[in-house]
Write a protein that binds this ligand. Structure first.
Ligand code: GLN
Length: 251
């Protein structure tokens, strides 16, 4: 299953976060350590969303293994950012390997990633997708479960929903009927990070005015704390809150 990462803190070159550390996201493309529920490598594309001073995200995505993209490696040495959401993809069998299926999915200030699979797709998604209007459907980025989850979340965010509540709602819509789904979601607007664990690994690292969440720890392992399964993480660069998610209490 895919691997993803979110960072908020002092601006750093993208390469320092994604490429250079021991067991970096780059290394997790060919040698991930904790792929639960299938998949051995994450070579079906990658994407990085980063925020500059104006708060608007920029995005780079490609449907190639991260290590083959020398243009990105060059960019990542020069580009600094104080907020980042990045992912490497292992496409679920049956879903296309295309650039627009790679996270981050983006809308305005929002960037989103899903690590996992909705059990019983596509039929299981049909009921949830009843929420979506024609605009949502016509602007779906890819025929994947993750893109539908993003459309459901984006629909709520555009209507001004509280982001953590919107994430809980989308989680609830899926796991109420298919609790065996793997639903690690990650959302940021460049100032707050919201993440869930549901069937996949996630760890958190707090630093001097920074927070990083990542499917797998990288750099110095001792700085990381594993997030228990079935949790909601809400973090900014100063504070990290991890709350258990009770299936029965999901909206
Ligand atoms: N199901 C999603 C996709 O195929 C995410 C895959 C994953 O987490 N490996 O894009």
């Amino acid at each position: 299953m895919c691997r993803h990462l979110g960072y908020l803190g002092p601006p750093v070159p993208l390469a320092e976060l994604l490429l250079d550390p021991a067991h970096s996201l780059l290394e997790q493309t060919w040698s991930p350590r904790d792929m639960r529920g299938g998949g051995t490598v994450n070579v079906d594309g990658f994407g990085v969303g980063w925020y500059e001073d104006d708060g608007e995200p920029a995005r780079y995505r490609a449907a190639v293994p991260m290590w083959t993209d020398t243009a990105f490696a060059g960019l990542a040495r020069r580009q600094r950012a104080g907020a980042v959401l990045a992912a490497v993809r292992s496409a679920t069998v049956g879903m296309p390997v295309i650039e627009t299926a790679c996270a981050p999915f983006a809308d305005g200030r929002w960037s989103f990633s899903h690590n996992g699979v909705v059990a019983g797709w596509p039929e299981s998604l049909a009921k949830a997708a009843g929420d979506l209007d024609v605009v949502d459907l016509m602007t779906l980025e890819a025929p994947t479960d993750s893109a539908v989850l993003w459309a459901l979340l984006r629909h709520r965010l555009r209507r001004g929903a509280d982001p953590a509540e919107a994430v809980r709602e989308v989680l609830g819509q899926v796991v109420r009927t298919r609790p065996e789904s793997r639903m690690n979601l990650l959302l940021t607007d460049g100032t707050t990070l919201i993440a869930t664990t549901w069937g996949h690994a996630l760890s958190v690292r707090r630093g001097e005015g920074s927070v990083t969440v990542s499917s797998e720890p990288f750099g110095d392992d001792e700085q990381w704390t594993a997030v228990p399964d079935r949790s909601l993480v809400v973090a900014d660069s100063r504070d990290v809150r991890v709350q258990p998610v009770d299936e029965g209490e999901l909206p």
